[in-house]
Every structure is written in C-alpha cells, then in structure tokens.
Design a binder for this molecule. Structure first.
Ligand code: COA
Length: 415
C-alpha cells in the first residue's frame, strides 16, 4: 500500500524528543527521513538511566519511540567536507527539521534567512524552547522547564499546598512535535502546489500556553473563578475530579455540564434522596450557596464504599463519563490500547521482547506502518552518501578524516 508521504525527503538535524517526534511521524507516513548526528550521537541515546532502564545502544526503547523508520548519517558539520555533504543532502530535500538553537544555526550558516535563498521551496521547520522572539529566545529549553514550569503546569495542576507534580520526560515534547508536524504538512502542501517554501516554528513554551489556553483566558475574570492551585475539594465543578474507591484506586469522572449529569450521578452513587435537591442543583444554586465542598464530600463518602470493579459496572451502566487512573504497567496490558494499534511488539537481537508505543494517528487505507528500529549512530552513512553520488573512495576518505562516522560497536566507548 502506498503511503501518503512517499517520495518526500526530510533532513532531520535535531536532538532529543520534540523535533524528532515530527520526523518520526513523517517517517511513519512514508517520508524518507535522514537524521544527522554527531559521532557521539544524540544525547537522547543515553537517557536510559533517568527512565529506569539499562543503558544499551542495542535495546533502546526510547530511541525507537522517537526515531523508528528513520535512517542516520553521522557527519561532522564543523568540517568543511561535512558541511558540503550536508548541503548535497539538502539539495534533494523537501523539509529540514531542526531544534538547534538559533544562535548555533547562525554560527553554522544554517539559519532560515541564509538557506531560503538557496532552497526557496524548502520547508524549514524549527522547534525552539521559548519561541523565536523576545528576551528569552536564546535560552536552552526542555519540556520540564519551558513547557511544564513556564507554561503553567507545575504551578496550577497541583493540590494546594502540595509540591509540584513529578514530571516525566517526553510528555510535553510529543505534543510539541505533533504541533510542528501539523505545520510542516500544511507548508509541504504549499511547497508542492506553488513551489514556495516556508519557515514553520513552534516552541515548548507556546505549545504549553495553547494547551493551557482555556484557563489562561479564564484567569482574567478575577473574583469569579478560583485562583489555582486550588484544593480539589473547592473546584468550581466538583464532578470533574478523581474519587478514591474502597480498594485504594482512583476513578476520574468528567461532567463538564454539571446540570445535565447531577440527577443521574446522584442516583448512580445511591443518593436518590438528593435528586433535585435545591441546595445542590442546579449548579447555580450550589455555587451561590457555596456548597461545592459538600457535594465533593457526599460523593467521596459514597465512592469510598465500593471497589473499583463495582464502580466500573455502576458508572458504565449509568453512562457517566469516567476512567480508572491507570498505572503504566496497566496501560501495557490495556485491551483497548491493543485493539487500537497503540503498541508494537519488538524482539531485539538479544532475544528480549518489548512493547513499543506507536504514533496515535491511524490511516485506514495505509494501515499500520511497519516498525523499523531506530538507526544506530551513522548506520546508513555510506549508503546515504552513495545515493547522492559519492564514490566508495570519497566515502573512505571522509571516514579517514573523521568527517563521516559509521557505527562500530560503541557500547564500551560511551558507557
Ligand atoms: C536542547 C538544547 C537545550 C541543547 O542545547 P545545546 O546542547 O547547547 O545545543 P545547541 O542547540 O545550542 O547547539 C547545537 C550544537 O551542537 C553542534 N552540533 C550538532 N550536531 C553536530 C554535528 N553533526 N556536527 C558538528 N556539530 C554539531 C552545533 O554545531 C552546535 O554547536 P555550537 O554551539 O558549538 O555552535 C537546545 O538545542 C534547545 O534549547 N533546543 C530547542 C528546544 C528543544 O528542542 N529542546 C529539547 C526538547 S526535547
């Protein structure tokens, strides 16, 4: 089956996760994505210990997640010959994805203004930490900082008086990468139909603000809503929270329109006596009398009397929107996730079988993309250079000059 992006060539000059996610998505859709790395490789190759995994270049689940279906060439771009090879690669490319900081791109002569002269139809896609402009445009950014902290997650999504939540890697980055991919695809359409390229940018910070948009906007209405962080008992809508069950699990319910659900929910939790209660219904009465905490306590008491399995049955029967708060281990076994192609089973050369997560966008005609593990450092360098006209002798010379690095069991070298 033909894939939507077959024939599209992407050069990915990117490290870590966010920008690489965009490249991974395009690769799954059939684009040829060539990742360019330094000889030591992307720092993401070495993050296993922070994620509670063994450091192993040959079994690197995070690396697959961000870089499956790509090829890799390791070129020293600070060498003139390396830069020359880079430009030859770019000659045939439709898209360049980068997350280098703008000042590094400028130092290397790879900034947009320089490249657009030479490559007018190129889609130049850039991920920054804090955006292209403003006083902090040059700062290093990661999702822990630019997205979770500055983007408002840490300060608002915590229980009042508690410390900020534990953040985990990749969460913000994946969102940013898919935003970038959306922009790239529109710009690619334009480039293919008009011959005009475009610079597409997003940042960790901007993506976080967009995600937070509803509440950032609502925060202007001072004195009406609550100032976050709030105590969960004091939420404006007490039905949008997580309830502790008798066996120690949390069930999150969501009833954005309190009034639509109030009677149904009260009946489901065994409080038929509170149906149509004028203190708690409609929401305007409950809020005017400031009785949200009472509603919270009533539901808490009820939810605490039954197990998670009992509640699953009751809430499903009552058609109340809910989900059990799952652990990562449970997600790996979730039948619903398997039914929707969320996972791929990979057997590594060492015999280990691991479950890898797939991208969350499905194409009915294309079907599920194949899953080729992420490339080793410089694994495809010689064949990539051959495809753009380099001879065996020229390639050998680049290897000898240490401009081109080709994978050679680095397990011990970088431990
Ligand atoms: C991630 C980040 C903090 C890393 O910062 P950094 O390690 O200081 O790297 P920079 O992006 O500033 O610069 C890249 C450097 O690597 C060099 N480099 C990268 N690949 C190279 C190669 N193949 N050959 C030679 N040099 C290479 C660049 O030339 C540049 O070096 P210089 O500073 O000497 O000019 C930064 O790139 C950033 O903020 N990016 C935007 C946000 C982002 O994507 N964050 C990660 C989210 S997962």
């Amino acid at each position: 089956m033909r894939k939507p992006l077959e024939g599209v060539k992407v050069i990915e000059l990117a490290t870590f996760i966010a920008a690489a996610t965009a490249g991974r998505f395009l690769a799954d859709l059939g684009a040829e994505v060539i990742k360019i790395e330094s000889p030591k490789g992307d720092p993401l190759r070495y993050t296993a210990p922070s994620e509670g995994r063994p450091l192993d270049m040959y079994e690197n689940t995070t690396w697959e997640l961000e870089n499956a279906n790509k090829t890799c060439i390791s070129l020293n771009l600070k060498d003139e010959k390396g830069k020359e090879a880079f430009f030859k690669l770019l000659d045939g490319a439709d898209i360049l994805i980068t997350n280098w900081r703008v000042q590094a791109l400028e130092r290397a002569g790879l900034d947009y203004d320089t490249l657009k002269e030479k490559y007018p139809s190129l889609v130049y896609a850039m991920c920054t930490g804090y955006g292209e402009f403003g006083p902090d445009k040059d700062l290093p950014g990661f999702d822990f900082t630019a997205y979770f902290a500055r983007g408002g997650y840490l300060e608002t999504l915590r229980q009042k008086d508690a410390r900020p939540m534990n953040v985990i890697p990749g969460l913000g980055d994946h969102n940013v990468g898919m935003n970038l991919a959306a922009g790239i695809l529109a710009a690619l359409y334009q480039a293919k139909t008009t011959g005009r390229g475009e610079k597409v940018t997003t940042s960790l910070f901007e993506s976080a603000i967009f995600n937070m948009g509803m509440m950032v906007q609502a925060a202007q209405y001072k004195g009406i809503g609550k100032t976050y962080p709030i105590d969960v008992r004091e939420a404006d809508n007490p039905f949008n929270t997580a309830w502790l069950t008798s066996d120690g699990r949390y069930i999150q319910t969501c009833m954005p329109d309190y009034n639509t659900y109030y009677n149904k929910f009260m009946a489901a939790i065994g409080r038929e006596d509170l149906v149509d209660n004028e203190n708690y219904f409609p929401v305007q009465n409950m809020q005017a009398k400031n009785l949200g905490t009472e509603v919270y306590d009533i539901v808490t008491e009820a939810m605490n009397k039954k197990t998670v399995l009992e509640w699953k049955e009751i809430l499903t029967d009552a058609d109340i929107p809910f989900s059990v708060a799952q652990s990562w281990e449970e997600i790996l076994e979730d039948e619903q996730a398997w039914a929707n192609n969320c996972f791929h089973k990979m057997t590594y050369d060492n015999g280990n079988e691991r479950t890898l997560v797939c991208l969350p966008v499905n194409f009915a005609e294309m079907g599920k993309p194949e899953y080729n593990r992420g490339p080793l450092i410089g694994e495809h360098g010689p064949e990539i250079l051959k495809s753009i006209g380099y001879s065996d002798e020229e390639i050998e010379e680049l290897i000898d000059r240490k401009v081109l690095y080709v994978w050679d069991d680095m397990d011990n070298k970088f431990k």
